[in-house]
Design a protein around this ligand. Structure first.
Ligand SMILES: Cc1cc2nc3c(=O)[nH]c(=O)nc-3n(C[C@H](O)[C@H](O)[C@H](O)COP(=O)(O)O)c2cc1C
Length: 435
């Protein structure tokens, strides 16, 4: 059977039903018919399925906030309304059907439906009693009879509530068939790609595996106390998010952080230097039995790693306040230098190693550090300067290679600094090292 939606733009509105987990399946079925898909979501829908998932499956930025403009400054719901060949709302909640029947425009899906002349197909999903309620039935009838929308009736079957009833989202095949019928033989509404919602460009790190460490490690002193540092994890997390958005497959090894961890990346939590070391070994080094591992293109070591820990290990009991206390600390191993050594010399190894040098007052030791550890790049920042570095949202960084400073960025938000670092990484990956 030939693809029946080739060249068509299907705008898919997802609302806050448990059946939103089926939206990826609907996208796949539409794309299998050759459709371009643009996703709109109500705020409730984003609690059931992640915009990142929908963006990844469709290759287009998701419109989940009515008041956010598109990346190119256009108004999302108007662009979608004007360029859609069809708007499909699946799953449609009782709340959404009611809002639409009343002409409300408080979320991207209702606003786009109000603003369009394209056909609209609605596939409800809800508890059987909700669907049977006279209010829902009257609202659904209004969509069909007054607005001319196509309704793909929910079916009888097992519901999320655990009960049975007539409220289950119709099968993807029935929904796609209704979409094809609604478009019929009408001409493509907006053949000009520039006037359709923008496509997310394929990232310059797509197909790459990037490992990022973030946050501050902590070393136990006794049963209740720790030696910690003031790293918030913001710069490392910004790096993980930026690498993810540029298409990389990201592993984030997160120590103690003060900000939420990102979605859409693999996360391993660690506390101590020993745990961080084990997580790095597992991610980067081939197992001792000689099995091949998935290759890592870059390690960005942004975590603030304790330089010291208790000699002989922490006290197993809480230390008592019996007068002065002297703690004997020993230096911790230099994890990055150890990894570099085991991965082999810079020119020969496949994994690019990027270190951070959080020196107070100066960046001059950074190149020495890079050479001593045999890193590809080092990012030097003065963590004691006011308004930048640890705990702040901004950073100023010098990015250095073996010959010295290659770029200076900031003071700027940590995401901007992250992208500047990734620009240098991409250059390294593309040229293999030459600038
Ligand atoms: C776990 C859970 C599942 C839900 N599933 C449905 C559903 O299948 N259909 C429905 O109409 N409402 C469902 N709701 C209620 C809606 O999420 C709620 O009415 C919400 O306001 C809908 O907002 P929206 O229509 O703007 O997306 C569910 C709520 C929860 C907590």
């Amino acid at each position: 059977m030939s693809a029946r939606l080739t060249g068509r733009l299907v705008v898919l509105g997802i609302t806050g039903s448990i059946a939103a987990f089926k939206a990826p399946e609907i996208v796949r079925a539409l794309r299998a018919e050759g459709a371009d898909v643009q996703v709109l979501m109500t705020p409730a829908a984003t609690r059931f399925v992640s915009p990142l998932t929908m963006r990844t499956l469709t290759g287009r930025a998701v419109d989940a906030d009515l008041l956010d403009l598109l990346p190119d400054g256009r108004i999302g719901h108007i662009v979608a309304a004007d360029s859609a060949d069809v708007i499909l709302v699946a799953p449609a909640t009782a709340q959404w059907i009611g809002a639409m029947a009343s002409g409300m425009a408080g979320d991207p899906v209702t606003a786009t439906c109000l603003a369009t002349t394209a056909p609209v197909v609605v596939a409800p999903a809800m508890d059987g009693e909700m669907w049977a309620h006279p209010a829902t039935q009257a609202n659904a009838r209004r969509l069909m009879e007054d607005f001319g929308y196509t309704l793909v009736e929910p079916v009888h079957g097992a519901l999320a509530s655990g009960s049975e009833g007539a409220g289950r989202l119709a099968e993807a095949s029935a929904i796609v068939a209704a979409v094809i019928a609604a478009i019929g033989a009408s001409p493509v509404r907006e053949p000009d790609a520039a006037r359709r919602p923008p496509v997310v460009p394929a990232g310059d790190l797509s197909g790459r595996r990037v490992v990022v460490t973030a946050g501050g490690t902590e070393e136990p002193i006794d049963a209740v106390r720790i030696l910690a540092n003031r790293s918030s994890g913001r710069q490392g997390i910004a790096l993980a998010e930026a690498a993810r958005d540029r298409g990389a497959d990201v592993l984030l090894i997160a120590a103690r952080v003060a900000v939420p961890l990102p979605e859409g990346v693999e996360i391993v939590r660690v506390a101590t230097v020993a745990e961080l070391s084990a997580a790095l070994d597992a991610a980067l080094l081939p197992p001792p039995d000689g099995r091949a591992t998935s290759s890592v293109d870059a390690l960005i070591a942004a975590a603030a790693v304790s330089d010291f820990r208790m000699r002989g290990g922490p006290s197993t009991e809480k230390l008592r306040r019996d007068g002065d206390l002297t703690l004997t600390l020993e230096p911790t191993p230099d994890l990055l230098a150890g990894i570099a050594k085991r991965l082999g010399a810079r020119a020969a190894r496949q994994t690019k190693l990027i270190g951070f040098s959080a020196e107070s007052g100066a960046t001059k030791r950074a190149v020495e550090k890079l050479k001593a550890k045999d890193l590809d790049l080092v990012v030097a920042n003065d963590v004691t300067a006011p308004g930048i570095g640890f705990e702040s949202a901004e950073n100023r960084a010098e990015i250095l290679d073996v010959d010295g400073v290659i770029s200076i960025v900031g003071p700027a938000p940590k995401r901007v600094v992250a992208d500047a670092i990734l620009d240098r990484l991409v250059a390294l990956l593309v040229t293999g090292g030459a600038r």
